[in-house]
Design a protein around this ligand. Structure first.
Ligand SMILES: Nc1ncnc2c1ncn2[C@@H]1O[C@H](COP(=O)(O)OP(=O)(O)OP(=O)(O)O)[C@@H](O)[C@H]1O
Length: 239
């Protein structure tokens, strides 16, 4: 089981005129942008802006109706964490050992590695509990523990803290920082401007299915290029 990420650079993810059209309605306008380097990119925008569509395109869960989404090199190992984690009807421990089995980890190592990850995310006392009865915050930590075990080169997080209390939110943010410190590229959506300020190296703003701005975090929050970004930061964006 590879716990250390390779030293190789993570390939850039490129969107080239990628759009999403559903029943004649354009949900995501042709989008051209690049996600380079081992950065923490936060994707923001009002409800219905197209953030989840962008994430699903990026992770390959959705194909663009036109244009392309591709990695400039070998597609990296990826994991995705959703607002409502997708967990198996098994114990917390078994959710992790199952993920390890699928990833080809020899069975002897599975339980020790899974227990290490449970401890890492403060879940050891809950290892026998069915994953689906865990609280929202515990489920989210379990989903992160599972992703941690798979040592992804790229981690997608779609509003992972939207339904969490402040302590659970901080736990998720700390995990994001730790993933990144271990060499994982982060692409994450959030509605929370303060969270984006805490975590982002760069920010993408979408509005009504359009790319408004993609810039470094400092620039985004202090001297945005677009008046729409300014309005969004000030809480004045009308939609
Ligand atoms: N499968 C689908 N069928 C029809 N419309 C869809 C589908 N998926 C998304 N949409 C529409 O596409 C638009 C963008 O949706 P998306 O989920 O990407 O928004 P979002 O920015 O993630 O919003 P939120 O912050 O509310 O989660 C919305 O208007 C949504 O209703």
């Amino acid at each position: 089981m590879a716990h250390q990420l390779p030293e190789l650079a993570i390939p850039a993810l490129r969107f080239e005129g990628a759009s999403v059209v559903h029943r004649g309605q354009t949900l995501l306008q042709p989008l051209t942008l690049s996600f380079d380097g081992c950065r923490r990119t936060l994707v923001m925008g009002p409800n219905g802006a197209g953030k989840s569509l962008l994430m699903r395109l990026a992770h390959g869960l959705l194909l663009p109706s036109a244009g392309q989404v591709y990695w400039k090199g070998k597609p990296p190992r990826q994991a995705m964490v959703f607002q409502r984690p997708v967990l198996l009807k098994r114990s917390a421990l078994d959710n992790l050992t199952y993920a390890l089995a699928v990833s080809g980890t020899p069975w002897r190592s599975r339980k020790p590695l899974a227990r290490e990850a449970l401890a890492r995310f403060g879940l050891s006392p809950l290892e026998r509990r069915p994953a689906r009865v865990l609280s929202g915050g515990e489920q989210q930590r379990l989903a992160l523990a599972r992703a941690w075990l798979l040592a992804p080169e790229v981690l997608f997080l779609d509003e992972p803290t939207a339904a969490l209390d402040p302590a659970s939110m901080r736990a998720v943010e700390a995990a994001v920082v730790d993933f990144h410190a271990r060499g994982t590229r982060i692409l994450m959506t959030t509605h929370d401007l303060n969270q984006a300020k805490r975590l982002a190296d760069d920010v993408v703003l979408l509005h009504e299915g359009r790319l408004i701005e993609h810039s470094d975090a400092e620039r985004f929050f202090t001297t945005p290029a677009s008046p729409t970004t300014r309005a969004f930061i000030d809480g004045d964006l009308i939609w």
